[in-house]
Ligand binder design. Structure first.
Ligand SMILES: [Zn+2]
Length: 305
């Protein structure tokens, strides 16, 4: 049931279906009933009318209410309806805004009138959207073996799904979302941390002392004689045994930290500051953005030189 769409089908010669007085699929309930009798067989019509009424009641804007106020008022109860698997043939993919009063007498079911703004709330992204009128498409109808004019419920939404919807129901719309996400990703400003990290690749720390690309085993072979690997940094030489992976990893990490820190210090110095109270590099990197902010403290972390 939930996947059943009412299509507006207009055939000039064949009178299997009445011509709906409005072309929006599912709007004309007399047409809906005929359509369901033709295509869906036995149905619980009381339930159908009840559901239509629930959605229609929400669709009606109150006097003195703006369209935005209407959308805010009905959004939560509307979500409740959908969560409870309630379903309208007219409000199929969005809640259309209407005004005035409907007339509900069982099979004489007349909806409130379509609001002239043509606004609606999209069930996918919950945005307030405008639904433009569309012309029926000439399509070959296999069941009837002839060409008919047709509007499907989806047709009214496609323009929104393809261009503005955050959760589009078309592949085209989904491709657009991915494209936008990618563009944003590419255009994002490079973070300071990333810049520092990238700068390390080109810093002037001697290659033979970096050891960053070497495994303990290779380091051992590179140093040959005594069987110990080592790293030089901060004026010291640190040894480890090739079997001691833990120590090697620790030194490697420390060396990296040292170089990152060194680079951040240099950056600050280039801007005319000297660190007097050092912190880990990932904290100091934030100082670069606004060093003066850190000067005006009782115990400043850096001074101007
Ligand atoms: Zn949407």
């Amino acid at each position: 049931m939930a996947d059943f769409d009412i299509n507006t089908i207009i055939s000039k010669k064949d009178r299997m279906l009445i011509k709906p007085f409005n072309l929006r699929p599912g709007y004309d309930m007399k047409y809906v009933i005929q359509y369901l009798n033709l295509y869906a067989g036995n149905m619980d019509f009381n339930k159908i009318f009840n559901n239509e009424r629930l959605f229609d009641n929400l669709s009606i804007i109150k006097q003195n209410e703006t369209i935005l106020q209407w959308s805010l008022r009905v959004r939560v109860p509307l979500q409740d309806l959908l969560n409870n698997k309630k379903y309208s043939f007219y409000h199929r993919y969005c809640l259309f805004l209407s005004y005035g009063k409907g007339k509900f007498n069982n099979f004489d079911y007349y909806r409130a009138r379509i609001h002239k703004s043509h606004m609606a709330i999209c069930f996918s992204c919950w945005k307030l959207i405008k639904i433009d009128d569309i012309q029926p498409k000439k399509t070959y109808h296999y069941g009837w073996q002839k060409y008919v004019e047709i509007i499907e419920a989806k047709d009214l939404m496609v323009n929104h799904w393809n261009n503005k919807c955050d959760k589009p129901m078309t592949d085209f719309g989904k491709a657009r979302i991915i494209q936008i996400a990618w563009k944003n990703y590419k255009n994002r400003p490079e973070s300071l941390a990333t810049r520092v990290w990238n700068a390390l690749k080109t810093d002037d720390y001697p290659n033979d002392k970096k050891f960053l690309g070497l495994t303990p085993y290779k380091a051992d072979r590179a140093n040959g004689s005594n069987g110990y690997g080592y790293i030089d940094y901060d004026g010291g030489r640190f040894f480890w045994h090739p079997n001691d992976y833990g120590l090697w990893a620790k030194y490697k990490k420390e060396l990296l930290n040292f170089r990152l820190r060194h680079y951040v210090k240099e950056l600050l110095q280039q801007h005319g500051y000297r660190i007097i109270n050092g912190k880990p590099w990932y904290i100091m990197v934030k100082w670069i953005e606004n060093p003066d902010h850190y000067l005006n403290k009782d115990y400043p972390d850096l001074i101007r030189i």
